[in-house]
Design a binder for this molecule. Structure first.
Ligand code: SAM
Length: 340
């Protein structure tokens, strides 16, 4: 038994795992943190949690959960998908009476806009509310989840109806590097632009894979996000995402190549030139060399062209490519069909 800060003596996380037969499911990428010094370190990087309302995503056997409870939070909401962990979490909840709410559910569909009390809401331009999200999730969940939450930041909905809610989440080390990558770096990618145009992103520290049970193949980055008062690119999320995705589609080519696929083949060259000129971006730069300001100019110029041509935004390069291949195949098949 160990005494954990403000919590009464509790079995260790290792004992909880044994007690409730919580063997990690490899197919669900479950890797647990048993070292409470490390879970304390993650929680410290989330900021001052005194009297905070916190949502922990994927608490599993509850290592990070204990560190959060030891940080004198007001309320802790736990969202866990795997029912096997609920009894162990209930035990933790009993050790901190009235503080913990447990939801057996999927964080990808959970209504975060109803997760916290209304009175915690702050204006967007105010300091962040005393509301935090913390989690060590499987990588297959954390990456789609951060894309979803970045869209929520842009629209100020989901967990961000409360204001500029801070998030402290783990990612595969390489994804963490992409999230913070600056102009010109090898890791610069779609994720770098999408995250940094909406948030201050800090790669806090790396946890070596060997700290987890079972040990994952990769190291893990702890990343902290604070939504910006003013996004760096003031355009709708979907538009920014479309421009950024297109540009990085050809990451080793000059950037005009990716910009080109924003336009139908029929007038691609002319429209690409028009966009590059309006944006005043050197078309021979590579995607990774483009700064946030370059992306802002590209998005603003594309927006202007979409406003002038209402069908442009719906254009999809992949659909055109697929249709082209299909009609090529059909043309090929025709003589044979006629022979029969
Ligand atoms: N946070 C614990 C720790 O650090 O030891 C467990 C980490 S384990 C990598 C990920 C946890 O997230 C597991 O408990 C898993 O069941 C849970 N999980 C996975 N997908 C989830 C989802 N979509 N919603 C909520 N929880 C999820």
């Amino acid at each position: 038994m160990v005494s954990a800060g403000h919590l009464p003596p509790l079995p260790t996380i290792g004992e909880i795992i044994k007690l409730f037969c919580l063997r990690a499911k490899k197919q669900l990428s479950q890797n647990f943190l048993l070292n409470l010094k490390l879970t304390d370190k993650i929680v410290r990087r989330a900021g001052n949690l005194k009297d905070a309302h916190v949502c922990e995503v994927g608490p599993g056997p509850g290592g990070i959960t204990r560190s959060i409870l030891n940080a004198s939070v007001a309320q802790l909401l736990l969202v866990e998908k795997d029912a096997r962990f609920i009894p162990g979490l209930q035990m933790l909840s009993e050790a901190a009476p009235g503080k913990v709410r447990i939801v057996h559910g999927d964080i990808l569909t959970y209504r975060m806009d109803r997760a916290f009390p209304e009175h915690l809401r702050k204006m967007w331009q105010d300091d962040p509310p005393n509301v935090h999200i913390i989690g060590n999730l499987p990588f297959s969940v954390s990456t789609p989840l951060i894309i979803k939450w970045l869209e929520n930041v842009s629209n100020r909905n989901g967990p961000f109806i409360y204001g500029r809610t801070q998030m402290t989440l783990t990612f595969q080390k390489e994804v963490g590097e992409r999230l913070i990558a600056s102009t010109g770096s090898k890791q610069r990618s779609r994720l770098s632009i999408m995250s940094q145009h909406l948030c201050t992103v800090e790669n806090c520290f790396i946890i070596p894979g060997r700290a987890f049970l079972p040990k994952p193949e990769v190291d893990v980055a702890v990343v902290h996000f604070i939504p910006l008062v003013e996004p760096k690119i003031q355009q709708p999320f979907k538009l920014v995402e479309k421009v950024v995705r297109s540009v990085f589609q050809f990451r080793r080519k000059h950037c005009w190549r990716g910009v080109g696929i924003l336009f139908p083949e029929a007038d691609r060259l002319e429209k690409t030139e028009q966009l590059m000129l309006t944006a005043d971006v050197d078309p021979t730069l590579q995607p990774a060399q483009l700064s946030m300001l370059h992306f802002k100019s590209l998005c603003d110029a594309y927006r202007k062209m979409c406003d002038e041509d209402s069908s442009l935004f719906a254009y999809n390069y992949r659909d055109e490519l697929r249709d082209k291949l299909k009609s090529k195949r059909d043309r090929h098949l025709k003589p044979m069909e006629e022979e029969v």
